[in-house]
Design a protein around this ligand. Sequence first.
Ligand SMILES: Nc1ncnc2c1ncn2[C@@H]1O[C@H](COP(=O)(O)OP(=O)(O)OP(=O)(O)O)[C@@H](O)[C@H]1O
Ligand SMILES: [Mg+2]
Length: 370
Amino acid sequence: MSAIDSAIRAAATSIVLDGVSKSYDKGAEVIPPLSAELRAGEFTVVLGPSGCGKSTLLQMIAGLERVSAGAIRFGSREVHELEPKQRGCAMVFQNYALYPHMSVFDNIAYSLKVAGMARAERLQRVEAAARMLALTGLLGRKPGQLSGGQRQRVAIGRAIVREPGILLFDEPLSNLDAQLRHDMRIELAELHRRIGATTVFVTHDQVEAMTLADRIVILNKGRIEQFDTPRTIYHKPASVFVARFIGSPPMNILPVQGDGSTLRLASGEVLARSSLKGSYQLGIRPEDIQINNGPLQVKLRYREELGSHSVLAVEIAGNLIRISTPFGSDIGSRDTFAVNFPPERLHLFDAGDGRAIPYAFTRAKALADA
Ligand SMILES: Nc1ncnc2c1ncn2[C@@H]1O[C@H](COP(=O)(O)OP(=O)(O)OP(=O)(O)O)[C@@H](O)[C@H]1O
Ligand SMILES: [Mg+2]
């Protein structure tokens, strides 16, 4: 293990957000009081739609924005009154500005030079970072002579060379093409595995979130909708918002009425058995709907062929839903066919606030068995 690896690993601390809120001068509260603990060494992805407060949250952690109320701690150290420099975290911005007149080496080494580090140690650190990011052969070039992905890696190198215990990324891959994003995701995951810095990664790309995160924070209007592992977020979304934010195409949501034994659409079709009464929202993922068997008749509106699978948009009693099905699965030229909603694949949410209602179908099953 190189010096840079061990120094970073040693310094990783938890990030505790304790009732942190943010209001800009005249505007409304962008982030209402928010509490969460990001564990030491954990890779946390903050995911949410544009304008939900992701960058604001990251900048408060970095010290580039002040908190309006609450406290931020790195481990047991209170940091929210400290200058960015004193906090010891490194940040990679979405629009990484490299110094155009400096070589890659000097760009990466700049902060070390400013900090007065001896030349020999600087050299050692930059070379270690360059090896990690596969930039060794490019150290003599200027940023103008690099591809976008190479420049991005220089920006990451500049952040990690300071041996931060905390690494903050704000949509660092958003300017890259699909192939490069994929390659960089793998490099970032590998980097994190090796250096173990507490990492906060902001994105609105759910694939990045699912593949990189130990845990995902789903942010909606500055509030945490759910903070959990990718697997739990996908399989047990805590709200309609989360259910529709993760998954492509998003989860189908249908309004249903419970009469004490069944959940029905307004037009009368029974979608599930349940002892619940009242109005609910029923969710099912496009990939969980079974076709060519089952009690529900649907009408095909259009289909998208995506190579590996097809997405069928179908109508069920006036509601448009999507079905994801392996390429080649044959509905022929029929425009109506049967589908099944497997009960173990259903999700139920409150009709008003959209929060998940747990165990609704376990109870339904018990009822069916009784
Ligand atoms: N300096 C500011 N003054 C007033 N309002 C601001 C300021 N900076 C950001 N905002 C507002 O705060 C909200 C959150 O902004 P933020 O940049 O954190 O969103 P985001 O989740 O990072 O969005 P995106 O995905 O588009 O980058 C937005 O409604 C934005 O208009
Ligand atoms: Mg942002």
